[in-house]
Design a protein around this ligand. Sequence first.
Ligand SMILES: [Zn+2]
Length: 257
Amino acid sequence: MSRKLGAFINFGIGVSAVFVIVGAVAFGLGQANQAAASAPVKTVSPTKVSTTTPAKPPAVVPSSTAPVEPAGNPKAVAGGKKVLFFTFDDGPDPVWTPQILEVLAKYDAHATFFELGSMQAEHPGLKEQVLAAGNSIGSHSISHAQLTKVSAAKRHHEIFDGPQSKCFRPPYGAENAKVKADIKAAGMTPVLWDVDTLDWQRPGKQAIVNSILKGAHDGSVILMHDAGGNRSQSVAALDEALGTLKAQGYAFAAMDC
Ligand SMILES: [Zn+2]
């Protein structure tokens, strides 16, 4: 079942930006499921994050450099390839984010990192590395608060004052009408996922690989984590899965966030 909402996808090569709205469909999986499906993250104190540096639009280059069509489906703009959208939540982390970046580069792959404002403030320089490698950054709030359970003021702060992006992934996937309204008012689009690898539970590399391969279909958004604990299994699983999927003809693109 699709769990993404209006992910904006950018296959722009060079300066052009092609926006493809991928399925604005959310199926009725329960809030409890969504909350249970996401990683608990260590408590971090809310930190005011500078909003003066807008993220540079990422240059997203799929493995194939076929000409970009002005509009249309992901396959067409990715040179006929099937496309997957890997996403990494809860970073940036000084240990794991660079390792994820290294694996992505190995396969000429790009991804979207849903970062916390608190982590960005704690670890300056990493978001620039993420962007410089052709990836994109979405907001995952400031402190990973469950936005359906906080005051209106805190909800507003977590959404409006977090990382600069056009994409917002609510922590734990927890959203309601108020959360959605604030995300929209802040100029962002909610982005959930299709495939939850449950990598944060550290079920073993092979279990994570199997989740990815089983859930991978053209256009799938895959949820993984580059922070919040030891992510060595995530790194190893990504390496193996990208090798297999690339051989199956997939390209790996960042969303236009
Ligand atoms: Zn998270």
